[in-house]
Design a protein around this ligand. Structure first.
Ligand SMILES: Nc1ncnc2c1ncn2[C@@H]1O[C@H](COP(=O)(O)OP(=O)(O)OP(=O)(O)O)[C@@H](O)[C@H]1O
Ligand SMILES: [Mg+2]
Ligand SMILES: [Zn+2]
Length: 504
């Protein structure tokens, strides 16, 4: 546990310069943002939504990140702002992405010099500051992080405990929030009127990183609803840029919206960028001519599934999509024949979850071990096999066609949509026009009749279960007709009440 000084500001034993050097692992700025998204996504926080915005505080441009997860108390925020604490475990089968206890620090300090965290947990609220400017101004030799915490109340003043007074003074003096009211406003933003979950965390980063000519590294103008990296900012030597063959850079490299849409293999959390929802993609199910294959390396006891298919949106974005514990590590990584430039393998996407490989600290590549090299060689062979299969079967079907295979692949085999209410992914019946899908979609709009019954049963099940705390939803058999019977009783009860009301 970090020591505390007489001032009541917890101290770490690291020197402030470490904050900067530690952040340099994120050569590509979206890699830093992804760390903050991962933290909200991880099962200990389990946020349903995550908001990314650009805002101005005290005349300064800032980035803000907010989630409606479980929030933090004093002890937890202290760990969050310190190095090397990570006690995340598997919750209900969901494995955490975070393991090192470093992502928040490296990510936030990559984006800007200073960060402040506001958090509301069930019983308390707290505020903590990790600020390079502050540490420089107080000429700190070790990293110290002012933290204040207090019970949740509706009062317009912070009821700060005696031992947090100095921290509060430091936050008001050295952050961009100059009054207690300013701080309270940010805390209140965590539970806006229409949000039913009252806990969450809000991170504001200021003194944002600038380029060598003094411009912000992000472009907020070109697209009002996106955060983009201008094309001339390859100066950072990011390997995410360098890895891509020079001719074509995938949108996910420079558009945060595009990157967020593929960040998770099975997306659960909704991400909202500058007020507009990101349309997450179920990448492995959005392809055309899907074939399932397996990879069975000698060093693993089990086979690992791989999905191959054609990209239906852009035939120029192709290659392996490599995930680790649900999180994207490498995107559009061209392998084998795809690197030879003879049109072989063009348009083909392969999706694999490589939980058996070790991601690097910045989560943007895998450690270059023998196992990694073997995996890549095997991917290349399998991808070429798939491509050949497709190529020859299309040629057989249409021997006279001169159109390349990748140009005929326009429709995904299946259409899956995520419900804006419960975040579940649902498969739509065949024959739906994928170009005419609504912006917002809910389970109840599913035209599959089989499906509406299941949803109805589930909803009723949920309702009933809230009155039996010992029972969890996974224990209920939705096929059984007990729920239907109760539902019938409920409906007839409701109708008779309605009739009575009409009489009175
Ligand atoms: N948005 C958040 N809401 C609640 N708790 C958070 C949030 N972000 C971070 N934390 C807490 O802070 C701790 C430190 O986060 P950090 O990203 O630095 O490390 P990590 O996620 O544990 O590991 P990794 O370095 O692999 O990301 C987390 O373990 C988590 O307990
Ligand atoms: Mg993390
Ligand atoms: Zn739903």
């Amino acid at each position: 546990m970090a020591a505390r000084t007489d001032l009541g500001v917890p101290l770490s034993t690291l020197c402030p310069k470490y904050l900067h050097s530690n952040s340099t692992s994120h050569t590509w700025p979206f890699s830093a943002i992804a760390e903050l998204i991962d933290n909200a996504y991880d099962p200990d926080v389990n946020a349903k939504q995550f908001w990314i915005d650009k805002t101005v505080v005290d005349g300064q441009e800032c980035l803000s990140f907010m989630d409606n997860g479980d929030g933090l108390n004093h002890a937890a925020i202290q760990k969050m702002l310190s190095f090397g604490y990570s006690d995340k475990t598997v919750v209900k089968g969901v494995a955490p992405i975070g393991i090192y206890g470093n992502g928040f620090k490296s990510g936030s300090m990559r984006l800007g010099k200073d960060a402040i965290v506001f958090s509301k947990s069930k019983n308390s609220s707290c505020i903590g500051m990790l600020s390079q400017t502050y540490l420089a101004e107080i000429q700190a030799e070790q990293i110290s992080v002012p933290i204040i915490s207090f019970a949740n109340t509706n009062k317009n003043k912070l009821s700060v405990q005696e031992q947090d007074r100095v921290s509060l003074q430091h936050i008001l003096r050295y952050s961009i929030f100059k009054t207690q009211e300013d701080l309270l406003k940010e805390l209140q933003a965590i539970n806006p009127p229409l949000c039913p979950r009252k806990t969450g965390t809000r991170i504001i980063i200021w003194n944002l990183r600038r380029t060598s000519v003094g411009e912000l590294e992000f472009d907020f103008q070109k697209d009002r609803y996106d955060v983009r990296i201008p094309s001339d900012i390859n100066e950072s030597g990011s390997d995410t840029f360098q890895h891509q063959s020079s001719s074509y850079i995938p949108e996910s490299v420079y558009s945060l919206r595009a990157y967020c849409s593929i960040l998770y293999l099975k997306p659960r959390m909704q991400i909202v960028i500058r007020g507009q929802k990101v349309q997450s993609q179920l990448i492995a199910k959005s392809l055309a001519s899907i074939r399932k294959d397996h990879y069975k390396p000698t060093f693993l006891p089990k086979r690992v599934p791989i999905t191959f298919g054609y990209n239906t949106k852009s035939k120029e974005q192709y290659g392996m999509m490599m995930y680790h514990k649900n999180r994207l590590i490498r995107a559009y990584e061209r392998v084998g024949c795809q690197m030879r430039g003879d049109r072989k393998g063009v348009g083909v996407i392969g999706v694999i979850e490589c939980n058996f490989l070790n991601p690097a600290h910045n989560n943007q590549s895998f450690d270059e071990t023998n196992q990694y090299r073997k995996t890549m060689t095997s991917m290349a062979t399998k991808l070429e096999e798939y491509w050949k299969q497709m190529y020859y079967s299309k040629n057989k079907e249409n021997p006279n066609s001169t159109t390349p295979v990748e140009d005929t692949m326009k429709r995904p085999d299946q259409i899956w949509l995520q419900c804006d209410d419960c975040s579940q992914w649902r498969k739509l019946p065949d024959g739906i026009d994928c170009n005419k899908l609504p912006e917002e979609w809910f389970c109840r709009l599913n035209p599959d009749p089989q499906f509406s019954l299941i949803v109805l049963r589930q909803n009723v099940g949920c309702l009933l279960i809230t009155s039996i705390p010992a029972l969890s939803l996974d224990q209920v058999n939705f096929e059984c007709n007990v729920i239907d019977e109760i539902l019938e009783q409920f409906l007839s009860e409701r109708d008779s009440v309605k009739e009575e009301e009409q009489w009175n």
